[in-house]
Design a binder for this molecule. Structure first.
Ligand code: FNR
Length: 411
């Protein structure tokens, strides 16, 4: 066995926890995960360009090869046993699509109106911090890909490039995700800066409570022997000590991503501050969606942070119907978690989402190929969404209804 292959296999064995994650078993190395219909296939030739990759999950294996263990661990990790990460994706498989015939599908339109803007696709790039950990061009490559595909970007507060250059690279208004921190002066400064940079929405993340147990990340970091102090100055991972959005701010009183006391009164205070749209990200129940709306939210994101915050074992696609019912059309319901196929996008739209975000998939593409990898991920989802819209007899997004899906558990 050659040295490089031995190292790869060792790394996989050591990263035990990662192997249980969805998609990882789909690589050429894992015969167990190969469906019988493909078992006869020999290993394909190596992929050398993003356009050769067949589906979004295949990018995950390429990203794992491209990244140092700790950075892949940061990307892949969930909480405790990573079962909520797995469920986010797996739960899509208990929703079946009721395809309808006798519809003219010669023109399929994936455009959606959202907050006065017309998006050509319901798929947006959700917030992911520190993208330069995945590719040297980080957020700029992501934003250029988004520009070339006219895709909406939600930029993380923890981005490794600040909002102004990312906004310039995108060439259209961003949404700024907000980790408010527990110091109001810092919150105010972050919001004002994003608004000055032309962001049309502040997306307030409410699920990032300190003290989460990202065991897979911890395990991966242990086997990463690099000296990381050049980027992680003082060996700290505190976002407010290194992320460019905090440059020039007094962060001496900040101790966490999220206010220690996050009550409805905090939402009122933030609502009074934000002059753009205010979207609340991290909602998984109907009750909290109602609180968010009653305290001024212009939209909610059904999200469990990609299973990275609490091991709830509730897939977001299973949370979506109760949130959509509680919101009852008053504001847009956005969605993320486990989207890997165009059919997943379709199912989320059918269950009440107006638009859906992708987190890890954009980074798999970025890590493997930079800008062209992100573009390829967007293209694949777009192609698959159009295909299922045609098959299901839904030529426009507004034609996709709850009647187009069936949960096998409902029977
Ligand atoms: C995230 N996510 C996230 N969310 C957020 O509000 N602010 C952030 O800075 C980050 N950072 C971040 C880093 C990494 C590495 C990942 C994987 C995710 C969560 C993200 O926006 C989204 O909610 C989930 O990633 C969606 O799930 P999938 O698509 O990854 O399954």
């Amino acid at each position: 066995m050659d040295e490089a292959r031995l190292q790869r296999l060792t790394r996989r064995a050591v990263l035990g926890g990662l192997l249980g994650l969805p998609g990882i078993v789909r690589g050429a190395a894992a015969a167990d995960g190969v469906p019988p219909s493909r078992a006869f296939l020999r290993a394909p030739p190596p992929v050398t360009a993003a356009g050769q990759v067949l589906n979004v999950m295949e990018f995950e294996a390429l990203a794992r090869e491209a990244l140092p263990p700790a950075h892949f661990g940061y990307l892949a990790t969930g909480v405790d046993d990573d079962r909520t990460v797995a469920r986010n994706h797996d739960a899509f498989s208990h929703y079946e699509i009721r395809a309808r015939r006798f519809v003219d599908v010669s023109h399929v339109d994936t455009a959606v109106e959202l907050y006065g803007a017309r998006l050509t696709s319901p798929v947006y790039l959700s917030a992911v911090g520190g993208m330069r950990a995945f590719h040297a061009e980080g957020e700029l490559a992501m934003a250029r890909a988004a520009a070339s595909r006219a895709t909406q970007v939600m930029l993380s507060t923890a981005s490794s490039t600040a909002v102004e250059p990312v906004s310039a690279a995108r060439g259209a208004p961003l949404w700024q995700q907000l980790y408010a921190t527990d110091d109001w002066a810092v919150t105010e400064a972050l919001v004002r800066r994003a608004e000055r940079a032309g962001c049309t929405a502040i997306v307030f993340t409410v699920d990032n409570i300190p003290g989460r147990n990202n065991e897979t990340l911890a395990r991966a970091a242990r086997v990463d022997s690099r000296n990381c102090t050049a980027c992680h100055v003082g060996n700290t991972h505190d976002m407010w000590r290194k992320a460019p959005m905090f440059a020039g701010l007094d962060v001496s009183r900040v101790t966490g991503h999220t206010p220690a006391s996050l009550t409805p009164a905090y939402l009122d205070r933030l609502r009074a501050l934000v002059t753009t749209k205010l979207i609340v990200k991290g909602i998984v129940t109907g009750e909290d969606a109602v609180v968010a709306i009653e305290h001024g939210a212009d939209g909610v994101v059904v999200s469990n942070h990609g299973g990275r915050d609490e091991e709830s074992l509730r897939a977001t696609i299973d949370c979506l119907p109760e949130v959509a019912a509680a919101v009852a059309g008053r504001v847009p319901v956005l969605f993320d978690g486990g989207i890997r196929r165009g059919t997943d996008v379709f199912k989320a739209l059918a269950l009440g989402a107006t638009a859906v975000g992708i987190g890890r998939p954009q980074i798999w593409g970025l890590a493997a190929f930079g800008q062209s990898g992100v573009e390829a991920v967007i293209d694949i989802l777009d192609r698959e969404l159009r295909a299922i819209m045609r098959q299901a007899g839904t030529p426009a997004l507004a034609r996709i209804t709850p009647g187009h899906v069936l949960n096998s558990a409902w029977r």
